[in-house]
Design a protein around this ligand. Structure first.
Ligand code: ZN
Length: 245
C-alpha cells in the first residue's frame, strides 16, 4: 500500500491510501481531477472518501467527489455544514467503527473550531493501524499498536509570537491558531504518549507555511521517537506497508 499526498496545507488537503485494487481517500480539499489523475482514472477501486470537518481546505471539493459517485463519510455536523444531500454522502460517528472494502475505520472526536470534527483510526491488513489526526490543537486519546501516524504539526509558538510582535500576523488570528491547530510541543507530547513499538512512519501534516518550520519539526520528532519522520508535501508518495518489504 502507498500513501500519496496531494495537499497538506491550508491551500487544500487530500491524502490517498492505495494499492493495485483498493483506494481510500482522506479529505476532499483538492480538485477531484487531481485524484483521478493520481489513480490513473481507475475510480472503481476507490472504496470511500473520509472528511474530517467542514472547513474549505478539507471539504471544498466534496460535491465533485460525490458527483463522481465516491461514497463520502463525515460526521452529521460536517454534513450539515457542507449542506450536501446525496445517497453517496454517509454519516459516521465518533467511536462507531465501519468498514469500506478492506479498510476498517474508527472515527474519533478531535479538538478544532468546527461543528463536529473527527480524526480517523484506519486499519488494513497491508498497512496495520494508521492514525489520521489533522486540525486538532490536542490529541485527546492514546492509540496502541500504531504502524503509521499522520499527525498535524502546525506551528511553533515562538515563530507565531514573533510574527505577532512584528505586526505580520493579527493577534486575533494567532489566538484562533492556538484554539484550533497543533503546536510542535503538543505534537511531540502526543508522539511520546503513544506506543511506538510498531511505528514505521510518522508523517507530519498540515504544517503552517508562515508559523511552522519543517526542518526543526522533523528533527524534534526524530529526537523524540527515533522513528522515520516524513514532512508531508504535495506530490509525495511513500510506502505505507506494515512490513519493510
Ligand atoms: Zn480546519
Amino acid at each position: 500500500m502507498k500513501l500519496t499526498i496531494l495537499g497538506s496545507s491550508s491551500a487544500g488537503n487530500c491524502y490517498i491510501l492505495h494499492n493495485e485494487t483498493e483506494a481510500l481517500i482522506i479529505e476532499a480539499g483538492i480538485k477531484f481531477d487531481f485524484v483521478k489523475r493520481e489513480l490513473d482514472y481507475n475510480l472503481t477501486k476507490v472504496r470511500a472518501c473520509l472528511i474530517s470537518h467542514e472547513h474549505g481546505d478539507h471539504a471544498s471539493q466534496a460535491a465533485s467527489f460525490i458527483d463522481s459517485c465516491i461514497p463520502t463519510y463525515a460526521s452529521k455536523g460536517t454534513i450539515d455544514s457542507i449542506d450536501i444531500e446525496s445517497s453517496f454522502m454517509h454519516r459516521c460517528e465518533a467511536r462507531k467503527q465501519f468498514s469500506v472494502g478492506r479498510f476498517d475505520v474508527l472515527p474519533f472526536a478531535t479538538k478544532h473550531d468546527a461543528v463536529e470534527p473527527l480524526g480517523f483510526l484506519i486499519n488494513h491488513h497491508e498497512t496495520g493501524m494508521i492514525l489520521f489526526a489533522s486540525d486538532t490543537y490536542y490529541l485527546p486519546f492514546r492509540f496502541p499498536g500504531l504502524s503509521h501516524m499522520l499527525i498535524e504539526c502546525n506551528y511553533i509558538e515562538s515563530i507565531l509570537k514573533a510574527r505577532v510582535e512584528a505586526g505580520k500576523l493579527p493577534e486575533v488570528v494567532a489566538e484562533r491558531v492556538h484554539q484550533s491547530h497543533m503546536e510542535i510541543e503538543t505534537c511531540i507530547d502526543a508522539l511520546r504518549a503513544n506506543d511506538m513499538s510498531k511505528m514505521r512512519n510518522i508523517i507530519l501534516i498540515h504544517i503552517s507555511q508562515g508559523n511552522g518550520d519543517p526542518v526543526t519539526m522533523r528533527r524534534r520528532a526524530i529526537e523524540a521517537t527515533g522513528k522515520n519522520v516524513v514532512v508531508a508535501e504535495a506530490g509525495l508518495t511513500i510506502n505505507i506497508n506494515k512490513e519493510a518489504f
